[in-house]
Design a protein around this ligand. Structure first.
Ligand code: ZN
Length: 57
């Protein structure tokens, strides 16, 4: 799981498998575990993903 700071200084956790970004570490971990195991995304998890494009790279 990647941890970055976005342009408004919020901590953002990135799932390394699907590249979805979350403000919540727990959710990001769940996503990562799910993605590794299932090779697909769980809609109940990715609904919490950050939707707006706020890449900080
Ligand atoms: Zn994921």
């Amino acid at each position: 799981m990647g941890k970055t700071i976005n342009h408004i200084k919020q901590i953002v956790y990135t799932c390394p498998e699907c590249k979805m970004r979350y403000h919540d570490e727990e959710t990001a971990k769940k996503c990562e575990e799910w993605c590794r195991k299932n090779k697909s995304c769980n809609l109940d998890i990715i609904k919490y993903a950050i939707k707006e494009d706020e890449h900080s790279s």
